[in-house]
Design a protein around this ligand. Sequence first.
Ligand code: XMP
Length: 506
Amino acid sequence: NVLILDFGSQYTQLIARRVRELNIFCEIFPFNHFPTDLSSYKAVILSGSPFSVRSDDALHPDLSQIRGKLPLLAVCYGAQYLAHFSGGEVAPSNTREYGRANLSNIKSEEPFFEGISENSQVWMSHSDTIKKLPTNGIHLASTNDVENAAYRIEGETTYAIQFHPEVYHSSEGKQLLENFLVKIAHVPQNFTPNAFVEEIITEMKEKIGNDKVVLGLSGGVDSTVAAVLLNKAIGKNLYCIFVNNGLLRKNEFQNVLNQYEGMGLNVKGVDASQRFYDALAGITDPELKRKAIGNAFIEVFDDESHRIEDVKWLAQGTIYPDVIESVSVKGPSATIKSHHNVGGLPDFMKLKIVEPLRMLFKDEVRRVGATLGIDPELLGRHPFPGPGLSIRILGDITLEKVRILQEVDAVFIDGLKSWGLYDKVWQAGAILLPVNSVGVMGDERTYEKVVALRAVESTDGMTADWVRLPYDFLMKVSNDIINKVKGVNRVVYDISSKPPATIEWE
Ligand code: XMP
């Protein structure tokens, strides 16, 4: 187990992901708020930071239980921190050093640099530089612009680097992390999907015992993997609820429900479409749509969970990035909802919470899902927003508009699949515009709806680029949509990136 202390760097999660890629379990804690009992940790990594060690608001971790006691790797701010406060010197760089650099003067006989080439490319992002090494510091490497790019401390298992091994552009960064964690700190590489599954099932069994658990399935990867894990741990005491809000893709409710039943899950499908349409009637504002859908879901879920006698737990598909966000250096995220006070919470929200995936990143959830034998097609599904098609129908929602959009979306998505493009796209969908345009069909003038198609590449949805889909594909899909879907006579393709556009139109 490795402890990563976060000083607020944008790259901290990347450090954790690289460590996990080595099959080593690690946890991120804020630099000033980590466990007092460090006995289960085999090594510590200090992250970078947007702060400067020279400024008055420099972040001061308490390393008294760490330095000299556990193997320590200090990255960027961490490296500067060790230098500045232990007898070295940190000064502003002449220019902010940002981007690729190459190592030089490597002490290649050091185990830290085993297998690292002399000119190894590394990623730099800093505006201070280490002018003088700390007491007992031993120089390990430089770059063109930085004399002290890496050092270690004599008499300790402490290593420090100015560059970021976690960023992909540090081409041998993973090897360096492996050298430190495996060769130097002897951390076992035993965090595999199989090991995780075994361990979490035992943990869930102990925690939950014979209690009943309720879980909301969405059709998405996280809730599905959470359900399959819990099903293995507690079997029929897991009560899954899958709500049809009437805003899912065409045939999605029935198909996914069948799939869930096929996996042996104890699942109840609840068709509450009308309740959602009623709640949405006449609403055009995107945020009000989201609210109406959120509230309707809570009501439906509360009703359904009351039907399960004596339920004690609510299971959720929370994953690690959400957990980190809620304890981040910058404080709890502003997105955490504050409008519920405990007294006014629906009953199911007062249940004890169980979150089997709370230590996993998204890609790890997929790998665990594969280990559990979940259909790869389900694991590879594009993200789909909770409010579903309602935020892809601009303006108010009617049954007829939902029907049109479901048909259009199905032609688009089926087309992506049959052309082998689905897995090359991160997310795709169709948008029904509140616009009619003039067309001609045979000899007749038409005046019908316009739809937009959107397909994006992304890693986490925070930024995205539109996909350069082949013209032939777009031509075929446009033709099929206009021929097959009554009420649509024009198709456009969205060529906006995020930012400044968002992925969804609402
Ligand atoms: P935007 O439109 O903000 O979307 O670029 C980023 C990602 O978030 C999804 N999204 C939502 N998911 N409820 C959800 O569960 C929502 O209200 C919501 N709005 C956007 C969107 O599909 C994309 O993957």
